[in-house]
Design a protein around this ligand. Sequence first.
Ligand code: PNS
Length: 189
Amino acid sequence: MRLTTENKAGHAENIATEMRVGVYPGSFDPLTNGHLDIIRRASTLFDKLIVAVLVNDSKKNPLFTMEERVNLIKKCTKNMPNVEVGSFDGLLVDFVKANGSHAIVKGLRAVSDYEYELQMAALNRHIDSCIDTIFLMADVQNSFLSSSVVKELAWHGGSIKGLVPKEIEKDIVRCVRVRKNKDSQKSEG
Ligand code: PNS
């Protein structure tokens, strides 16, 4: 819906009253404290924030299943009323448009993230010029944090305390242990 008002100069002005929807996409393999911080902050910028989990990534081979990744995020965002968790396959811009949004949210940790994210933001705008990417700077204490670091630590029995939300710490360790057992059974058999 659009409301038309008159500004000081007497010109008609359209004020958008549609719900502002943001999409925060990623692999979330698994969710970390860095992701959750971006979700919390982005949720204050939009009426609705959709955390969009990529189902299949041709470059990465996720350790956690899509259901596991979605459930871990749901568990940590259950007290955030305007946050929804979804999953998508295919092009991100298609998911964004299908959900009535034109804003992609991404977190930036360091200069090393910048080059790739700049390319992705430009590519997505090339595909659809209505779609913008909004970058939030990661909190300094999360600047070294990534899902890969969490997986590697958990895989080798290191502590992931303080790196992932408390409520999913045990779930992550359990999932990694199950994967590890499966892997060793495969290599033995
Ligand atoms: O957490 P990640 O791995 O940095 O997330 C990357 C993600 C999911 C945002 C990116 O891989 C993506 O958008 N994939 C969907 C396919 C797509 O739209 N690619 C851009 C055009 S080729």
